[in-house]
Design a protein. Structure first.
Length: 270
């Protein structure tokens, strides 16, 4: 990568790259295969932190007992990516660096507090996942930098989480919108001690919905409070994305998706 720079492209699963090659949207001189780098093929847990190599496939994430136990929200999202063939080829690293606003795994990773490890010949740096994105299909990676892995603290047993998505059909379709939620109730009490919310395909770059979180934090999750948070999410979408022809459709739908996601999370046993 240091030698070829922008003339080289990383290939792992190739589910996005090969499409761009066939459409003649990109013209690299070389493809650099990273699938046989052992460090990029592992799912590991150490010191309460889970690390996933960038070349790990969605199928491996969806079926991992470690991910199911400690980051079920990510396992659930990975199971929705494309078809079984796509899940067995496509990688989490590719899903991230393609930087599609509709990427299924990114909202759950943001809710989990994921950090990206980026490496080059100059060394390594860690980047909070939201800071990796500059815009739709744009990242802050330099031509000689490689996303090696993502890591995040495992959720403790008292957290509950949920992920919902909306697409044109039930399977093998890109998400029109998605919502990821992780929530922790105060021990023995009926109010939310901590909550994390992220939505996909509604803003140019993914991030936490901090204003909506503040509405719910420290409050009992009654209908009035949840609907106020839902409205805040749609208002944030409009503020970040502007008013578009799809806004009249998207605003009420993202509110409904959030309410469904939060209710699903709350119904789960901690």
């Amino acid at each position: 990568m240091g030698e070829y720079g922008e003339k080289g492209k990383i290939i792992a699963g190739g589910t996005d790259l090969v499409v761009s090659l066939r459409k003649a949207e990109i013209h690299p001189q070389v493809l650099i295969d990273v699938t046989r780098i052992p460090e990029m093929r592992r799912i590991e847990e150490a010191g309460g932190k889970i690390s996933i190599g960038a070349a790990v496939t969605h199928g491996e994430i969806a079926s991992s007992e470690l991910i199911r136990k400690h980051a079920g929200i990510l396992s659930e999202a990975a199971s929705w990516v494309g078809s079984p063939q796509i899940r067995n080829l496509g990688t989490i690293g590719g899903n991230i660096v393609n930087a599609s606003p509709a990427a299924d795994t990114i909202p759950p990773l943001i809710v989990l507090g994921a950090v990206a490890k980026v490496v080059s010949r100059e060394g390594a740096r860690e980047v909070p996942l939201p800071d990796l994105f500059r815009g739709p299909y744009q990242t802050s990676l330099q031509p000689d930098e490689l996303l090696a892995l993502v890591s995040f603290p495992q959720l403790s047993p008292d957290w509950r989480s949920g992920f919902v998505r909306l697409a044109r059909r039930e399977a093998m379709a890109i998400a029109r919108m998605s919502v990821a939620v992780a929530v922790r109730m105060a021990p023995g009490k009926d109010f939310i001690e901590e909550i994390r919310i992220s939505a996909g395909a509604v803003t140019p770059t993914p991030h936490r919905m901090a204003e909506a979180e503040s509405i719910l934090k420290g409050k009992s999750p009654d209908e009035k409070t949840m609907k106020a948070a839902a409205r805040c999410i749609s208002e944030t979408m409009v503020r970040w994305s502007g008013v578009r022809p799809s806004t009249a459709y998207k605003a009420p739908v993202v509110e409904a998706l959030f309410l469904r996601c939060l209710r699903q999370a709350m119904e789960k046993k901690p």
